[in-house]
Ligand binder design. Structure first.
Ligand code: PEP
Ligand code: MG
Length: 322
């Protein structure tokens, strides 16, 4: 079994009838890259940059960040690398920033909300990412966007940074794609509007499930209620993908759901273009993708959307996978 997967891991993620998707990996530091390549990852679908900012006494400088981003994209040799801008707050703290104590940190001062409030921090990171984009295939992704105003505000800062770099005659990839995480229900419900101004979406199911079902992703007392297979979640995912495709934009997924082999047929059937997961899940997900036709997955996706509970959906999918 292990050998089978080892043989298959470097083959393309393509259905039996020739529909190709991308299978990429989530990473937290440049040290994770060798594992991605070993497992057949075709790119980085999510680089969680907050780890560059954690476990230290002050903000990382532009140079430190530039070096990390450049190292990763060089190692990936032109495969895509999606760099997510700082997603701090929620469960991730930065002692030196003196963030306020909050009743509901996950609903509070976090991620893009902090960055839009602190252009000094945001611009330093964007400069470092743009400079590194001259060395590989980098894309930028904003976390926790909940409205078109936020996307526009973030893009306005990015434009300022690009103008500065041009004035300084510093090279960067002018065609670099700029996308956003889809992890807030308000964004999911306005995906049609956002798709006009984002180059791509990546669905962050860890937060999307938490916010849609009102279930804290860290609270063990209610972990039974944290349901990736909830019909509400599957319907939202389908909506997001349809809305993006209408605008000819591609959609990835970088939440844990993307690495769940049982869900791969459903996500393929919905039309998901990119799957990003822990490197160790890549061979198994590729195996499932390669064992089905797109038509089969579309039928599975249609069936699943008719079911009424998470339990029924799991039962149906377990049955199919046999
Ligand atoms: C998510 O919310 O699904 C996600 C990928 O981001 P994080 O887990 O870093 O919040
Ligand atoms: Mg998230």
């Amino acid at each position: 079994r292990k050998e089978e997967l080892a043989e298959l891991k470097n083959l393309p993620a393509e259905t039996k009838d020739g529909h190709r998707v991308e299978v990429a990996a989530n990473i937290g530091t440049p040290k994770d890259v060798p594992g991605v390549l070993r497992n057949g990852g075709e790119g980085i679908g999510l680089y969680r940059t907050e780890f560059l900012y954690m476990d230290r006494k002050s903000l990382p400088t532009e140079e430190e960040q530039f070096n990390a981003y450049k190292e990763i994209s060089k190692k990936l040799e032109n495969r895509p690398v999606i760099i997510r801008t700082l997603d701090i707050g929620g469960d991730k703290e930065l002692s030196y920033l003196d963030l306020p104590e909050e009743m509901n940190p996950f609903l509070g001062y976090r991620a893009i909300r902090i960055c839009l409030d602190r252009p000094d921090i945001f611009k330093t990171q964007l400069r470092a990412i743009l400079r590194a984009s001259a060395y590989g295939n980098i894309k930028i992704m904003y976390p926790m966007i909940s409205s078109i105003e936020e996307l526009r505000a973030a893009n306005a800062v990015l434009e300022e940074v690009k103008t500065d770099l041009k004035e300084e005659e510093v090279e960067f990839d002018e065609e670099l794609e700029v996308g956003m995480m889809m992890e807030v229900p308000a964004a999911a419900m306005t995906a049609d509007i956002l798709a006009k101004e984002a180059d791509f979406f990546s669905i962050g199911t860890n937060d999307l499930i938490q916010y849609t079902t009102a279930v804290d992703r860290m609270n063990e007392n209610i972990s039974k209620l944290y349901k990736p297979f909830h019909p509400a979640i599957l319907r939202l995912i389908k909506r997001i993908i349809d809305a993006a495709h209408k605008e000819n934009k591609w959609v990835g997924m970088c939440g844990e759901m993307a690495g769940d082999a049982r869900l791969a047929p459903v996500l393929l059937g919905f039309g998901l273009d990119e799957f990003s997961m822990s490197a160790i899940s890549i061979p198994e997900v590729k195996e499932i993708i390669r064992s089905l036709t797109l038509t089969q997955t579309e039928e599975i996706a249609d069936d699943v959307l008719q079911l009424e509970t998470a339990a029924e959906i799991i039962e149906y999918l377990d049955d199919k996978l046999e």
